[in-house]
Ligand binder design. Structure first.
Ligand SMILES: [Zn+2]
Length: 484
């Protein structure tokens, strides 16, 4: 019997190690030496000037300041004269920009690059924590500092720098190149990207592919992996907010009558948060793992090469980190709560809003049905709020379009591993989805764990060296994708 057990263990080890050794590794390469496409001192100054324009998206319309949005149009026109001479520029809904660079062959499907001009406000009380004032656009310590440097004026400007440079060098595209910069991505994109998408759809535009801002190049963020990871989001989660309302009898709190509306609602929220979400390893997550796995160190590599045996272990690990857990399934969080007027009055109503981020395996209707079933016995009413959207389809992770992205990433970040991923936040790309089956979300921005708090937080900045890489990335991708 012992012999059989030893034989079994021997065979198992052989299979596990055999699979690990056959695992194809991304070739280790040094950082690229990039061409001097643009004078980086001047390009940094241009980005700095644009950061200084406070194009802030605000939740309350009465706080909206129009002039920086109008000013940015003039500033860009001055900075990129060839782009404005050779591309058709349209101003959409007063503030968004749509550029069309006509290709030689109008039969070819256009490619589109999108980003946004707006930024989030600086949280009151945090200004003091900034090393340099948030709208100073200060260039210091090898960085360009300020709100929007990462999300995503750096992206807008890198695209425009690339196009201006290509025009300067006499490049003419075979297929049409469209650039779209919305002005309200940070609130909902309803007036910017949504309208641009509608206009292009009415014109019958069908895109070969679309690249929006998205997930970055992350460094030192994954245990067992030394190389940077270029996360290309091939899908985006959906969005749904529900208002839950519980009713109770009002009156004096000295004579309660059964469960109060607050208690009923509290119970419902507990049930939703605890039971609504099921995390799972789907096909996309497996593809993500297959791209990362071969480049990991031992013993991670052994585990990843044998997901048939260790899937449960990997899932368990992913579930311990909130950011990776969110990629495994639909998430839900209670975000607003309203009840009561006075400490000695029984509240007749209690209401709360719960926010779902819907995994591509679920849908808005699927979640609604599930919630109705779950909450029916708890005497709570459900109302779906405006703005719900289904998760995006999953764009392919092979084929010509994906290879184009792969080549551009390899050119600029040869030391990085390209990995398909799921975007857990919402971007303008969801509005553009009807225009193409190939929608990708990627920003060629290098980030470490420490940088995660800078986006929408304090001390947002981009290094001049990374900004050079961004310009080079868009130059490579725009010129390659615009050719036949
Ligand atoms: Zn953004």
């Amino acid at each position: 019997m012992a012999n059989y057990a030893l034989l079994f263990i021997g065979c198992l080890l052989l299979v596990l190690f055999g699979r690990m050794l056959l695992y194809r590794r991304h070739r280790a390469t040094e950082k690229a030496t990039l061409p001097d496409l643009v004078n980086m001192k001047e390009a940094s100054e241009r980005l700095s000037q644009v950061i200084q324009l406070e194009t802030i998206s605000v939740q309350k319309q009465e706080q909206f300041k129009e002039s920086p949005f109008l000013e940015i149009h003039h500033v860009l026109e001055r900075m990129f004269p060839l782009t404005h001479q050779n591309l058709k520029r349209e101003i959409i809904q007063s503030y968004s920009l749509l550029f069309t660079w006509p290709g030689e062959n109008s039969d070819l499907e256009p490619v589109m690059f999108t980003s946004h001009l707006d930024v989030v406000p600086v949280e009151p009380g945090t200004q003091e924590k900034w090393k340099y004032p948030p709208f100073s656009g200060k260039i210091a310590d090898g960085f360009i500092w300020g709100r929007g440097a990462m999300d995503v004026k750096g992206g807008v400007m890198a695209i425009l720098e690339a196009v201006e440079g290509l025009l300067e060098r006499g490049f003419t595209p075979d297929r049409t190149v469209i650039l779209a910069f919305g002005h309200d991505e940070e609130i909902d994109g309803i007036h910017g990207a949504c309208q641009i998408s509608r206009i292009l759809k009415d014109r019958g535009v069908k895109l070969k592919f679309l690249l929006d801002e998205g997930t970055p190049v992350v460094e030192n963020a994954i245990p067992g992996l030394k190389k940077p990871v270029a996360l290309v989001s091939v899908a985006e989660k959906g969005y749904l907010s529900l208002r839950l309302t519980a009713k109770g009898e009002g009156g004096h709190s000295s004579v309660p009558r059964g469960m109060t509306s607050i208690a009923k609602l509290g119970k419902a929220l507990y049930v939703v948060e605890k039971y609504a979400v099921k995390a799972r390893m789907d096909t996309l997550m497996k593809k993500t793992m297959e791209s990362i796995g071969p480049n990991m160190s031992f013993p991670y590599r052994l585990i990843m090469a044998n997901l048939w045996l260790f899937k449960w272990l990997v899932k368990k690990k992913l579930e311990t980190i909130p950011a990776t857990k969110a990629t495994l399934g639909t998430t839900v969080a209670s975000t607003l709560f309203q009840a009561g007027i006075k400490e000695n009055v029984l509240p007749a109503h209690a209401s709360a809003v719960i926010n779902f981020r819907i995994h591509p395996n679920d849908s808005v209707n699927g979640i609604l049905n599930k919630m109705e079933k779950l909450l029916r016995p708890l005497d709570v009413e459900i109302e779906a709020l405006d703005g719900s959207i289904n998760p995006s389809p999953v764009s392919e992770t092979e084929g010509k379009t994906y290879e184009l992205l792969q080549k551009a990433i390899e050119t600029v970040f040869p030391e990085a591993v390209m990995v398909p991923a799921l975007m857990v936040g919402a971007t303008d790309a969801r509005h553009y989805q009807p225009l193409s089956d190939h929608v990708y979300r990627f920003t060629p921005l290098r980030t470490t764990e420490d940088d995660l708090d800078r986006v929408h937080g304090t001390n947002e900045r981009i290094s001049v060296e990374n900004y050079r890489e961004m310009i080079c990335f868009y130059d490579t991708l725009i010129s390659a994708s615009a050719q036949k």
